[in-house]
Design a binder for this molecule. Structure first.
Ligand SMILES: NC(=O)C1=CN([C@@H]2O[C@H](COP(=O)(O)OP(=O)(O)OC[C@H]3O[C@@H](n4cnc5c(N)ncnc54)[C@H](O)[C@@H]3O)[C@@H](O)[C@H]2O)C=CC1
Ligand SMILES: O=C(O)[C@H]1O[C@H](OP(=O)(O)OP(=O)(O)OC[C@H]2O[C@@H](n3ccc(=O)[nH]c3=O)[C@H](O)[C@@H]2O)[C@H](O)[C@@H](O)[C@@H]1O
Length: 456
């Protein structure tokens, strides 16, 4: 029986390994983590992450060929294939701070693999890493030269949160990069055999290591660039009376552009887009490619501009001050169908509003941990959040926000009552009929907002 061990039981390690276990009943999969609370949660009925369909997959395999453990060294030692899916955040200190990827967790995992291994292993980079990381990992793995053969593969993950199970069941592609040696090719074939249990073979792309590593950064950079492009257009739409949804539809019909990922928003969030672009920028700078670095930096600049622009719209619409005013935040997660709030644009919007002394009341359909910030309350109900508020900001596109009773909400609010829709989820005309003043990102402006300065 092939034994797989995955180091890191997070948003990627948990769901990917659960799907491998489901689709490969003859493979034993153990997911290990240094975090005891995370492993305890995976072993309970209350999984540590919310992801549609995940509960069902885990239920079908847990205890059969899927296990979660904190006994990291034991399971790594026993495995034939070791996936490394640890976090790779942006460095906050030292050389490359604010840009470079922090590979501390990766390095410590690699050192541990080298120390505990007694048999040959395939080590798979699942985390998103800088191009050329495999070379460094190889050096670490072979530093104590025990005669063990380690083959490094790059197998980046392309799932998106909220649709992880769907993406894993039916991926656009699986990418495997390896050394162009016979050992490297054998390792690629072994991993390809695992995915081939459910992924059509023509969707499994095999490349050299550096192409695989760089393709992951490139994919995220292109995706984020699309959002910054449409968000840049949204500002111009507001200035001209064009409607960004109509523009997106019109350009998306061009098969070379395509219809997906053209939704204007308050800005992209999530733990990866910004970190991976910063990582790309840093790599370009290290290779002396300043122009290329500046090109990608602009994607983040527009994203920051969009968030600031949104806050400025709110403040300027509400008589240039939100001091002491209650502002309701509907949606805090960085996108719908996830409980993940890492790098969510809602954080920046709230910070901006608190900077202007607003009182914030947040409702998100996913449970949120209580906050210690004095001006912020987290509540369990949208009606509670909006009661007595001067304005509402919709920051996540949860479906349930379309179905709220906005007349009831309006009646409970201070007047004039404002809605700032950062996701274009509500029917602005319907809300205007109720009496709201509505700002919807990239849409023709409400008469109220027309003459207000709101440029970042
Ligand atoms: N979140 C996402 O949707 C996606 C993330 N990625 C990439 O996958 C990687 C992991 O991301 P997430 O799963 O979101 O991170 P996460 O933070 O949810 O999970 C990482 C886990 O690794 C554990 N860990 C760290 N060092 C360890 C060690 N030495 N031994 C054992 N466990 C250790 C941590 O305790 C944590 O539970 C990152 O590189 C990310 O860029 C790639 C595609 C999608
Ligand atoms: O490397 C990663 O972590 C992952 O990053 C993204 O996935 P994720 O961040 O989970 O979610 P997305 O659906 O890409 O959304 C990212 C952000 O962009 C925003 N977005 C997305 C699409 C759009 O049209 N407009 C828009 O503002 C979302 O609301 C969200 O804040 C990529 O889509 C995945 O392919 C990748 O594997």
């Amino acid at each position: 029986m092939v034994k797989i061990c995955c180091i890191g039981a997070g948003y990627v390690g948990g769901p990917t390994m659960a799907v491998i276990a489901l689709k490969c009943p003859k493979v034993q999969v153990v997911v290990v983590d240094i975090s005891t609370p995370r492993i305890t949660a995976w072993n309970s009925d209350q999984l540590p992450i919310y992801e549609p369909g995940l509960d069902d997959v885990v239920k079908q395999c847990k205890g059969k060929n899927l296990f979660f453990s904190t006994d990291v060294e034991k399971h790594v030692a026993e495995a034939d294939i070791v996936f490394v899916s640890v976090n790779t955040p942006t460095k906050t200190q030292g050389l490359g701070a604010g840009k470079a990827a922090d590979l501390t967790y990766w390095e410590s995992a690699a050192r541990m693999i080298a120390d505990v291994s007694k048999s040959d292993k395939i080590v798979v980079e699942k985390s998103t890493v800088p191009v050329k990381t495999a070379e460094a990992i190889e050096r670490i793995l072979t530093h104590n030269n025990k005669g063990i053969n380690f083959q490094i593969l790059s197998n980046p993950e392309f799932l998106a949160e909220g649709t992880a199970i769907k993406d894993l069941f039916n991926p656009d592609r699986v990418l495997i990069g390896g050394r162009e040696t016979s050992g490297g090719q054998k390792a690629i074939a072994a991993l390809r055999d695992v995915y081939a249990q459910w992924v059509p073979i023509d969707k499994i792309i095999c490349t050299n290591l550096w192409s695989a590593e760089l393709s992951k950064l490139a994919a995220n950079a292109f995706l984020a660039q699309r959002i910054s492009s449409v968000n840049a257009m949204s500002a111009l739409c507001e200035a001209t009376g064009a409607d960004v949804t109509q523009v997106s539809q019109a350009i998306g019909k061009d098969t070379r552009i395509g219809p997906k990922f053209l939704n204007a928003s308050v800005g992209f969030g999530g733990s990866c887009f910004q970190k991976d672009i910063l990582n790309l920028v840093y790599i370009c700078e290290c290779h002396g490619l300043a122009e290329v670095a500046n090109y990608w930096k602009q994607v983040i600049k527009i994203n920051d501009y969009q968030k600031t622009r949104f806050v400025n719209r709110i403040v300027s619409s509400m008589f240039n001050t939100v001091s002491g005013k209650k502002v309701a935040i509907l949606g805090f997660a960085f996108k719908k169908d996830t409980g993940d709030t890492r790098e969510t644009p809602a954080i920046d919007v709230c910070k901006g509003l608190i900077g202007d002394k607003a009182k914030i009341s947040i409702y998100d359909p996913q449970p949120m941990s209580p906050t210690s910030v004095k001006q912020v309350a987290c509540v369990w109900d949208a009606y509670e959040a909006t009661k007595g508020a001067h304005g509402i900001c919709i920051l996540t596109e949860w479906d349930e926000f379309k179905l709220l009773d906005y007349k009831r909400i309006f009646d409970g609010m201070e007047k004039p009552a404002f809605v700032f829709d950062g996701r274009n989820v509500v029917d602005a005309e319907k809300l205007r009929k109720i009496g709201f003043i509505v700002y919807a990102i990239g849409k023709p402006l409400d008469a109220w907002l027309k003459d207000m300065p709101a440029v970042a």
